[in-house]
Write a protein that binds this ligand. Structure first.
Ligand SMILES: [Zn+2]
Length: 162
């Protein structure tokens, strides 16, 4: 049994560009927005985990807006492509974080990135098995913001003969 997390497929399902733009235009609060994106998460996460991811996404998104001096909320709404990209990156980042919390010690297979310019050092790790929370040379999918690498979580990984 394994669980595959491909950021691009997951995002296409849960937070496609049209949905993000629609939610933004509807003037929902940030909290409502975060929860709306995460409705479909129960495939891989339970209700509590979804709540944690939603809140972390919201918090992380605000922090990144705040940390970027050239960025203002108004600009983001005026530039839907950038807004969409940032929200999607944030959701992906938080899901990886949740996976690391939940499956630490289990094994995972590093899945290829769907980024236009994948990181060469990550490409070397495609298909390799690693321990979640330990990574390969201290790095695992999702550690780096926007990397878009996936992970196949080997739920019965403890029986693997490495
Ligand atoms: Zn990567």
């Amino acid at each position: 049994v394994s669980i595959k997390f491909y950021p691009s497929k997951f995002i296409a399902k849960v937070a496609p560009a049209k949905k993000i733009e629609k939610v933004v235009r509807a003037n929902l609060t940030m909290k409502q927005t975060a929860f709306k994106f995460l409705e479909a998460f129960d495939d891989i996460l339970d209700v509590q985990a979804v709540t944690r991811v939603a809140l972390k996404t919201l918090k992380g998104y605000r922090a990144r807006v705040k940390a970027d001096p050239e960025l203002e909320a108004g600009d983001l709404v005026d530039d839907p492509a950038q807004l969409v990209q940032r929200v999607q990156n944030e959701i992906t980042f938080q899901i990886h974080d949740e996976i690391k919390d939940r499956y630490a010690g289990e094994f995972g297979v590093w899945l290829p990135s769907s980024a236009e310019e994948p990181r060469p050092e990550h490409q070397l790790n495609y298909g390799k098995t690693y321990q979640i929370g330990v990574g390969i040379d201290g790095v695992e999918p999702g550690d780096e913001y926007g990397c878009q690498c996936g992970v196949e979580i080997l739920v019965d990984g403890s029986s693997l003969d490495l």
